[in-house]
Design a protein around this ligand. Structure first.
Ligand SMILES: CC/C=C\C=C\CC(=O)SCCNC(=O)CCNC(=O)[C@H](O)C(C)(C)COP(=O)(O)OP(=O)(O)OC[C@H]1O[C@@H](n2cnc3c(N)ncnc32)[C@H](O)[C@@H]1OP(=O)(O)O
Length: 307
């Protein structure tokens, strides 16, 4: 069967992730092939998602915006995956939105009059927002490993990740004002909650100036800086493996509650976690963990069930 026919059949047989069994999702998230992403399983329970258009500096074309949603919906349902590393293939992390596709996709939006065009454009923007919101909705922690440049939509992407690392030659640019638009897929909403200074976020967003790795670290955008890409990936994968060795009930519950609490008052966050834990505290992971601690064993020694 030709690759084209296989791709076509794969697409038409696609089952929404929510309707798949955990086993089917597991098989799919590790084996599936994409045009713009490469997914590999490098350590136990850890998936590595690479932005994979190196010859175009991983610019985000139309296929990318769709494939990220498919990829992370699969990963969300994959009960064998407990942590994810996302990095860029080739020279840089990403050059942001594909400026060629942007012309075709946005600037020529269809509609019989202004209202219908605006309606369709709004829907398209919401779809694009989902490309990064899936990272936040995915209960498995996601670590962004940035080398070289991270531009425009790249900032939107990493803002939706849980942990950010970079190389010492990395630079970051909220470039949207330089292409004539207000960033609309997450940077303006998430970055102020990540970085320590609203003033600095405003400065970066109003001017599109580059921020280099040391400033990214001192401002809280990234939590660790590595010498080069090799050590960066090693560090990110090790962190992912450390997370993956913990109880998935505890880790995934922690992510869900951190994201919820970021967006709600303390009192609501407390109510939410109480409701969450009225079921999750009944996990066998607590007994296993307490017993291991008493026996002076670490979480790495505990065979937690899939989640
Ligand atoms: C609803 C809207 C949602 C999101 C909106 C997001 C807004 C943004 O993302 S704004 C940011 C847009 N991006 C840029 O302005 C970056 C443009 N690129 C560059 O400045 C440079 O390419 C570089 C990233 C600094 C890398 O430089 P270098 O290493 O010298 O590579 P090049 O020779 O310039 O490029 C190689 C190859 O890649 C193509 N390419 C690079 N960036 C893009 C891009 N953003 N879109 C499309 N194509 C890109 C470039 O054209 C080259 O292709 P060839 O076919 O080899 O010519």
């Amino acid at each position: 069967m030709s690759a084209g026919l296989r791709g076509l059949l794969g697409r038409s047989l696609r089952v929404p992730a929510r309707l798949m069994s955990a086993e089917a999702a597991e098989r799919r998230s590790a084996s599936r092939s994409f045009e713009t992403l490469r997914v590999t399983s490098e350590r136990d329970h850890v998936l590595h998602v690479e932005l994979h258009r190196p010859e175009k500096r991983n610019a985000m074309n139309v296929a990318f915006w769709r494939e990220m949603v498919e990829c992370f919906q699969d990963i969300s349902e994959d009960s064998s995956c407990r942590a994810v590393v996302i990095s860029g293939a080739g020279k840089i992390f990403t050059a942001g939105i594909d400026l060629m596709d942007m012309g075709n996709d946005f600037l020529t939006v269809k509609g019989e009059d202004m209202a219908r065009k605006a309606w369709n454009l709004r829907r398209k923007i919401c779809d694009y927002q989902e490309t990064f919101s899936v990272l936040e909705k995915c209960p498995k922690p996601v670590i962004a490993a940035v080398h070289g440049a991270c531009i425009g939509a790249g900032i939107d992407l990493i803002s939706a990740c849980d942990i950010r690392y970079c190389t010492q030659d990395a630079w970051f640019q909220v470039k949207e004002v330089d292409i004539g638009l207000a960033a609309d897929v997450g940077t303006l909403q998430r970055l102020p909650k990540i970085m320590g200074s609203q003033s600095l976020v405003n400065e970066l967003a109003f001017t599109a100036r580059k921020m280099m790795a040391p400033e990214a670290q001192s401002s809280g955008l990234v939590s660790r800086v590595f010498a080069d890409k090799e050590t960066l990936l090693q560090g990110a994968l090790e962190m992912a493996a450390t997370i993956a060795s913990r109880s998935p009930v505890a880790v995934q519950g922690t992510k869900v509650n951190l994201v919820y609490s970021r967006d709600h008052p303390v009192s609501e966050g407390l109510r939410y976690v109480a409701t969450w834990n009225m079921s999750m505290l009944q996990t066998e992971d607590i007994l296993k963990s307490v017993q291991a601690a008493m026996e002076k064993k670490g979480p790495e020694d505990i065979p937690f069930s899939k989640l």
